[in-house]
Each structure stands twice: as C-alpha cells, then as structure tokens.
Design a protein around this ligand. Sequence first.
Ligand SMILES: Cc1ncc(COP(=O)(O)O)c(C=O)c1O
Length: 303
Amino acid sequence: MAEPDYSRGAACIDGQFMPVGEARIPITDWGYRRSDVTYDVVGVWGGAFFRLDDHIRRFRASMQSLRMEPAESDDDIRAILTRCVQLSGLREAYVAMDCLRGRPLPGKPYHPVFARNYIAAYAIPWVWVASPEMQQRGAHLVVAKTPRIATESVDPTVKNFHWGDLTRGLFEAYDQGADFAVLPDADGNLTEGPGFNVFIVRDGAVATPDRGALEGVTRASVLELCAELGLPCAVRPVSMDEVREADEIFLTTTAGGIMPASRIDGRIMNNDRPGPVSARLRECFWQKRAEGWHATPIDYAAL
Ligand SMILES: Cc1ncc(COP(=O)(O)O)c(C=O)c1O
C-alpha cells in the first residue's frame, strides 16, 4: 500500500486520521442536514499555534451551549489538532475543529438528545479571508440590507454554520463590486460580517460591538493591543451611522488577522488606503506574532 499523502493537509474524523482529501462525513449526519454543529478555527503561523487555549476554551463553551458531549477531553482535542498539523508538516496552517451532532442511535427516538456527538478536525494550508494585496489597498465594504439573524434565535457567541445571512451579505457586496458586507441587527446596530468582527475608528478612538457578534479571538488580541499602545477602545453598541461615517474601519479574524478597509458603501476613507490606526495595529499584531506572542510551538519531529 502507498504511504498516505498528507501534502494537502491532514484530517481526523471521529478518531481516524487521513489525508484531508479523503475525509468524509455521513450524508445522514445532522451536523450536515440540520447545521447541528459547532466549530472553531485556530491559526498556525511560523510553526506555532496562536492562542490555542483560547480557541479550545471557546470551542468547549460552544459545545456546552449546544449540549454536545463528545468523548474527547480538551487535552485530547489539543493532541488531535497537533497531530493533524504534524502530519501535514505545514508551518502556516488553517486548523479547524468541528463537533457534529451525529444522528440518533439505532432504535432511539428521532431527537438530538439521543445522538452520539463526535469531533472532526483538519489542518490545511493557510487561508486568507482577505488576500495580502487586498489588505494593502484596504477592503471595500458595503452595509448589508440583510440583517444578522436574531441573537435570540442563533447565539452568535456560539460559533456556527448558520451562514445564510452572511452569505447573502457576500452576494450583496459582490453585486455592488465590493469585497465584503457588514451586517446590522434589527435595531440598526453593527454586528459582524462573513467570518470577521468589525471595528471602527473615530477621532482616534476605537470601538467594536458589545453584542450580536462572535467574541473573536483576534478581537480579543486587538483589545490587548489597544491597551498596550494606549489607544482608547470601547466595547459598546455601534450604530450603522457611526460605521458609515467612520474615519477608519478594520475587520478581524483568525484567517487574516487585522484587515483594514478603505471604502464603505462607495465612500473613500483615508485616500483609499488603510487608515493610520488600522495600519499601526496590523503592523504591531504581526510583529508581536513573529516574536512568539501567545504562541504554542509545534514539535514536528515528535510525530
Ligand atoms: C461570524 C464570525 N465572526 C467573527 C469571527 C472572528 O473570530 P476569530 O478572530 O476568533 O477568528 C469569525 C471567524 O471565523 C466568524 O466566523
């Protein structure tokens, strides 16, 4: 038998490791059929995880909120993710962990409480939500007409695949020749966008929503950086009018870091380039990452 080829990434489905191209989930799984799944994504940069414990903590909280109880402990999950990266050999990787509902066990009632929940994970080459070129010029944003799904229906702090509204937002942006949409809530306040948190800068003060959004790990890093750099930063309701009139806007996500914007609804900010506060935060973020900030190095030889 030929050696498995992990060059495109490695996966682990319910305890079994395999090349990522061979990873499958059953078509009858409620994780797929009902989007009854939660997930998290941690980045590997320069051969080290970034804020691994924070991602695993949020993943566990998401699972508990959805009443999912896979057999794996946090240490088991850490070991699975590490092994996926080791197998792939990737120094820069996008590392996903999912917990799927499964489906009710044979002979049991057709109810999620009777399902056996399990973990799927994979490591693939690093993914940029916004390419480095787009980050240089600044992303072009639109304010979506589609509001974010109500938090009373789907808790946005539980990382989920209910992406119908976010995907609609992406098509709204596409139809207007823009890159991304930012979504309001029903009260006209900013929430987040497809795969990222949103920050505004006005008169040198930074702000990001206190509700309606995932508590992003990159967002937490920005809050730390602002404190360190002495930049005023508030976590509070942010109205869409503030977004439309902001001096600067930037987006944050694991698969991209701090991504400056340069246009909102066609209005040009900062001469069509990233603003000074966004650029400073982005530079500082990657500088500190290169110095090992919140890093968990991976021992590739220990496979
Ligand atoms: C909807 C949504 N908001 C925000 C984020 C950013 O979170 P993090 O910085 O932890 O990657 C993500 C990341 O995938 C996301 O999907």
